[in-house]
Design a protein around this ligand. Sequence first.
Ligand code: ADP
Ligand code: MG
Length: 518
Amino acid sequence: MSNIVGIDLGTTYSVIASLDENGKPDIHSVDGERITPSFVEFTGKKKYLVGHEPRKAFEAASKAKKKNFAFDAKRHIRTLDGTTWEVFGEKHTPTSVSSLIIKYLKDSFEKANGSIDSAVITIPANFKDEARTATMIAAEKCGLKKLNLIDEPTAAMFSYALSSREKLNGNYVVYDLGGGTFDVSVCSIKGQDIKVLSSTGMDELGGRDFDQKLLEIIQKKFKEETGDELVYDPDGKSDIGMLAIENYKKSLSKRGTIDVSLSIKGKGIADFSVTRKEFEQAISLDIENTKGACEIALEDAKLAIKDIKDIILVGGSTYIPLVRQEVANFFNKEPLSIINPDEAVALGAAIYAGYKADPSLLNKKQKETVSNVSIQEITPHAFGTVVQMPIDESGLNTIPFNSIIIEKGEPRPIEMTREYETMHDNQTELRLTVTEANSNDDTDPEWVTIVWEGTMELPSGREKGRPLSHTFSYDENGMMHCIFKDDESGRTEEIDLEIERKEKDSGMDIDPDEFKVD
Ligand code: ADP
Ligand code: MG
């Protein structure tokens, strides 16, 4: 049997699923659990652990030992904030930490099923080019081959499309509220085509914020009863751990009231209850804010609420009844239920992995599954290059201008060429840039990210106005390839952003293969 897997590499939890022999996507349990905290502990030189165990150990660890833990790697990949961890004399980056998480899931799967033949990793639809590349590198470095990326909302749609009894058709919203981030995407399905029309998100909103709010309620009640402070110190010793708080929160998704009984050494005993109502009040503003993002996603997709056929809830925090209720209020419609919203993305990725796999690897049943789906993804940002634009007749006075070559929202893969001219007589040098912008209107270079820069030498002695053509292509995994060309001399400068970044190694100082599970 061939092994085709999908991996949901989440900010707080990761999941690995495979397309089983009957063509059904199926979760592989790691250490007996279906979902694994994206939490790494370095237990010694080249030794590590991933998942529930380090997450528990973190709570009890002293301040000094807490430095041996790395988590939230995906959030740092997403915001590209330069975070690193120095542990046992080695520097770890969000990419290398992600690589170790993937390796852990991969090794667990392979131990049970034999080696993986092809894999798909999921990423948020609005991940920047550099974040996509970092994820790709993280996966490649731990030995996954035949690798593809898929946007999380698309994976969720796949999973829903396959489990739904009726054929999906129309515009759908994927509302994904996880542990650390919120993403909302508008997708369209026509026949077998799934397309992400727009996607937006909030980097700092999710279940962890709700844990914090519940902690505050519990702290207040503890103080009322005992007169003492219930201390929670993320960097040091605490009277109560976040795992306990998270479990209380999960209980409140199932029941209207929870009983909390705390006995803290030197501070006395407190018995009280917390109601779902109290918890909901505390998180209501956060939920309200997600509706603002839904409005933006609709606007970007140029659709109104009435155009939305159904809403698909994804992410563990959508187990919270208030979330469901508020989404229903906003869209004037009950959202659809995916049985396990925290597993849907991985299951969909497994289906996509089957779709991308060499057909000869698939058995008849698996082929049947993948023949039911197809996909059209779009460019999540606008890509262009900085040029000089004349601002008067003389042509001597210019301003820098971001000229967009690939627009945001184009179906991918895509290749676009734009024509330019040299600016000056005897111009012997051309400055080359690749820019990434959030909107097709971002023409001011101040507002865009320069993702690559270089220069090209031009032949001397020519008049100005020599033709140049720049071709950018963006492949199905969201990887960029650019060719800058001086048409007359035929000189070209070609860059593959993924390779460029790999050469810089995207900050991966470590080799994941040298790391052993403790
Ligand atoms: P990620 O954000 O990494 O993609 P998930 O989608 O699995 O992760 O979401 C994890 C979040 O969902 C965590 O904050 C977790 O506490 C929360 N969660 C999981 N189950 C429940 C539940 N039953 N009720 C409320 N929150 C839940
Ligand atoms: Mg997720």
